[in-house]
Design a protein around this ligand. Structure first.
Ligand code: PLP
Length: 462
């Protein structure tokens, strides 16, 4: 029997049909939004209020809300309730291809993004308030291209303590994420006459493109279980590597190769760029400190808040050899690329008051639990899949049986609204390696994680 309910807050006039209450509630809400009756921005009653009015369990309402948030019909924010999302009132688009822009992503298991729902909003706002209250007027003008002294000092303490980086505040340059840092370094290398940059055979295609766009030629380094093949560096002018956790294979650059790499840089005058993109997230193994500490005059250490806090902050940092500081600053000055003073002050305060460490500790624990759940579910549901690269970071490598097609699996997942990447999308040349998936387990909010993994298991060989 259809029922009509008036709720406290917005009057939703929902009609639930069918025997399953939660499914009925989801259908009713979806239809009301699709039909335009519940308009974007309309704040829904709290799950408690709606449950009381409907005489059903609060969890049922919360689960239905959570599902519709994951599907994009509703939006939510801690402290601000749940409202109808700002989206077209037509049905979600059907999937016809696997292209990124064409799929309607309900579950995102792509590597690269942390769980944005756990961004420490309250602590961040409190840090902003404290930092801004104490700031001199001058801070709000065009600031030092190195970045604000407060942030460079806070980063100096933090990087020395947490990553073993050899650093003083005058060697730190704050930039708009690692991407800008790499851009500045490529400009500086080009100005010095460099022509080639060695990069790992597997890596993010955006960095290969960036290097090419700056007029430098990327040269591939093979990657195996010990990390990048350092003996292939010979003729490069610089090298970009991910020693603590190769992206996306997930191995650590072995100690002997680290030593050989810095020896090569010292002997040839070449520069190593150490991309320490997820260095804070270590789980099972002993701490792997920054390689920069072996040769601070030959290695640029590059870090970012994109994994530890959120990519939207656009905050990253370079720790430069002395000989490069002026060159990089001159380029930065010329481009007038300054990061927001308020965000810089806030991060400085957040680090200094211990909020950053607390957030990292909490996040590390949460991601470790997710990783364990992912591994346990795969062991149970997809025993043919070999999971590697899981001792650190926010993603895992799922090696598939050789007869499987990476492309087909990615397409099947996309058809169900699940975004994942095949390993070969991180490799410019056909390398003949086994098919594999790169699964980022950090991005989904908690309530969507289990469903995302269940959907993943459903498209994997059993
Ligand atoms: C390999 C690698 N390095 C660095 C970063 C951080 O980039 P940014 O600081 O520009 O957001 C990422 C982010 O996805 C990455 O995948």
């Amino acid at each position: 029997m259809p029922k009509v309910w008036a709720t406290s807050g917005a009057d939703l006039h929902l009609e639930l049909t069918g025997p399953r209450v939660r499914a009925g509630l989801e259908v009713a809400l979806r239809e009301a939004i699709r039909g335009g009756r519940l308009r974007p921005g309309l704040v829904l009653p709290s799950s408690r209020a709606l449950a009381r009015d409907l005489g059903i369990a609060r969890n049922t309402v919360a689960d239905a809300y959570g599902q519709l948030v994951a599907e994009g019909w509703l939006a939510t924010r801690q402290g601000a309730g749940t409202w109808v999302a700002d989206r077209p009132t037509s049905a979600p688009r059907q999937v016809t291809t696997t292209s990124r822009s064409a799929i309607h992503v309900r579950y995102d298991l792509r590597a690269g993004v942390p769980d944005l729902s756990t961004f420490p909003r309250t602590a961040w706002l409190a840090a902003t308030r404290r930092a801004l209250s104490a700031a001199a007027f001058s801070v709000l003008g065009y600031s030092d291209p190195r970045g604000l002294r407060q942030l460079r000092t806070a980063l100096t303490d933090y990087l020395a303590r947490a990553r073993g980086v050899v650093v003083t505040p005058d060697r730190v340059v704050v930039c708009s994420g690692f991407a800008e840092g790499l851009e500045l370094l490529c400009e500086a290398l080009r100005a010095r006459g460099a022509r080639t940059v060695a990069i790992e055979q597997y890596g993010h295609p955006r960095y290969r493109r960036l290097i090419e766009a700056k007029g430098l030629r990327p040269v591939d380094l093979t990657v195996d279980g010990g990390g990048a093949a350092i003996d292939q560096l010979a003729h490069a002018d610089a090298a970009l590597i991910t020693p603590a956790h190769q992206f996306p294979i997930g191995v650590v650059l072995e100690a002997q190769r680290r030593r050989r790499a810095v020896q090569w840089a010292a002997d040839s005058g070449a520069l190593i760029i150490e991309d320490d993109y997820d260095g804070e997230f270590r789980y099972d193994r002993q701490a792997v400190g920054a390689m920069q500490a072996l040769a601070p005059e030959h290695v640029v250490y590059a870090g970012s808040a994109s994994k530890s806090l959120a990519p939207g902050l656009r905050l990253g940092w370079l720790v430069l050899p002395e000989r490069l500081v002026d060159e990089v600053l001159a380029i930065k000055e010329q481009l007038r690329r300054l990061s927001s003073s308020i965000e810089q002050l806030t991060l400085a305060e957040f680090i200094t008051c211990g909020g950053y460490d607390r957030h990292i500790r909490r996040a590390r624990l949460a991601y470790r639990r997710r990783r364990d759940r992912l591994v346990a579910m795969l062991r149970r549901e997809a025993p043919q899949v070999r999971v590697t690269g899981i001792s650190a970071g926010l993603h895992a490598l799922l090696e598939l049986p050789p007869t499987e097609s990476e492309v087909d699996i990615v397409a099947r997942a996309a058809a169900g609204g699940l975004a994942i990447d095949g390993l070969h999308s991180f490799c410019a040349a056909a390398d003949g390696s086994r098919p594999a998936l790169v699964v980022g387990y950090a991005a989904p909010p908690d309530y969507a994680f289990t469903t995302a993994i269940t959907r993943l298991c459903a498209v994997l060989p059993h």
